[in-house]
Design a protein. Structure first.
Length: 421
């Protein structure tokens, strides 16, 4: 079976086609411009371009497609799937204004108890949208949900990875009663197991893109879960850190760990759990100061034999999700030395300390001690950063078996949740 995984991240999208033995047969990618990153029509155009750019012989063999998107990036749509507003992106914290009220409704530890959660955004829409678009609202959809529906046209379907921050109970596999009692309950999508069949692609898409009419669309996942699936991590205590625009930690655990006060939540993964959190620190803050080419050059000049004298907490703007959950948390980026090498050392060391703090927090909350960390995302290519992180973590840090989230999503389309049964 040839499967296709499509990854919609924060700066662009990638598609990877896999053979049944895990061999990469083809891959395509598209960067977002400043507008398309937050524009559903731009996402749609990127989706069609990714598919069209695959070699024809690969397209003609595709039997399964799955899509991942950024966690808690949501759209409010009408009955036909048309967005009624601009999407609220993964890091949009405007829902924090109603967080006190939500804390009186949702149980302690719920992943929905965050200013950036899907549920907080839904409640913000319910309170602030004008009457006209609000009266047309029918579906709250995550980025991956909306994009998948472009292929099969069955609106209102999600997966339990994306729906976690909507308040879905992944242990019981149902919406809890407290959530069904909220005024946005009629917007909630049907939730499927990630990797389960939804429907075949639409006939017109099959004809236009020369795809088999039998090609199935499978329920997707989030970008960080997809990166974990690509990594090769299999046993409790193994973890994956995704070093992209943000810093995402996932630790394989035999039990769920949730703590909304520190932004910790757990995804279900077959019979195991992925405990972790997502920090707003990461590559985005590095790019505010240095282009990619300069990052590589300056990193090689860092002298790791000397301790870093700076106590930075690198954030691109105020607001943090994990290991501190505070929408007003301020970046700490001073004093800035005259040397760019020294400044970059401070930034990389600060992000490494956030990562190590995150894994120690997970252990204190009941997850196993981290034994090995696989690295995915663009930061996996920086060996100086890898060494610095290993020193803070005090465990082996190694590149993931595959570093692209699209690879993990293609695996999901082939094997579903049985990967960890």
């Amino acid at each position: 079976m040839v499967s296709l995984g499509i990854d919609f991240g924060t700066s662009g999208a990638r598609a990877i086609a896999l053979s049944s033995t895990g061999q990469i047969l083809a891959q395509t990618q598209q960067a977002f411009d400043s507008k398309s990153a937050a524009d559903p029509q731009g996402w749609q155009q990127v989706l069609w371009q990714l598919l069209a750019d695959l070699p024809q012989d690969v397209r003609q063999q595709l039997q399964g497609i799955a899509i991942n998107g950024t966690s808690a990036t949501v759209l409010l749509c009408d009955r036909a799937g048309n967005p009624l507003t601009a999407p609220l992106l993964y890091n949009d914290a405007r829902g924090g204004v109603g967080l006190d009220e939500l804390e009186n409704i949702a149980p302690e530890g719920s992943p929905a108890l965050s200013a950036t959660s899907s549920l907080a955004k839904a409640l913000w829409w319910q309170r602030h949208l004008p009457a006209e678009p609000l009266s047309q609202a029918r579906y709250l959809l995550h980025q991956a949900d909306w994009l998948s529906a472009q292929l099969h046209s069955q609106w209102g379907i999600s997966d339990y990875h994306n729906a976690l921050k909507l308040g879905y109970d992944v242990a019981e596999r149902r919406y809890p009663d407290w959530l069904l009692a909220l005024p946005i309950a009629n917007w909630l999508p049907t939730v499927k197991v990630p990797g389960s069949k939804i429907a075949p692609i639409l006939p017109e898409i099959s004809r236009r893109l020369d795809l088999p009419a039998t090609c199935q669309v499978y329920a997707g996942t989030t970008d960080s879960i997809a990166a974990f699936l690509a990594s090769g991590a299999q046993r409790p205590g193994e973890a994956v850190t995704s070093l992209g625009s943000t810093l995402v930690l996932k630790l394989l655990s035999p039990c769920p760990v949730n703590d909304s006060a520190t932004g910790v939540y757990s995804h279900r993964l077959g019979d195991l759990w992925l405990a972790g959190g997502a920090s707003n620190s990461g590559g985005a803050v590095l790019k505010q100061f240095f282009p990619d080419s300069q990052l590589s050059h300056l990193s090689q000049q860092i002298d790791l034999s000397q301790p870093c004298p700076y106590d930075y907490y690198p954030l691109p703007q105020p607001g943090e999700r994990f290991p501190v959950n505070d929408p007003a948390y301020a970046p700490r980026l001073t004093p800035r030395p005259d040397s760019d090498v020294a400044f970059l050392y401070g930034l990389l060391d600060g992000i490494a300390r956030i990562e190590a703090t995150g894994y120690r927090l997970l252990q204190r909350l009941g997850a196993p001690a981290v034994q090995r960390v696989y690295t995915a995302g663009g930061g996996a290519q920086n060996w100086v950063w890898q060494e610095l992180r290993s020193r803070h973590l005090r465990v082996p840090v190694c590149p993931a078996g595959a570093t692209e989230a699209a690879y993990g999503t293609a695996r999901l389309a082939q094997s579903g949740d049985s990967l960890y049964l």
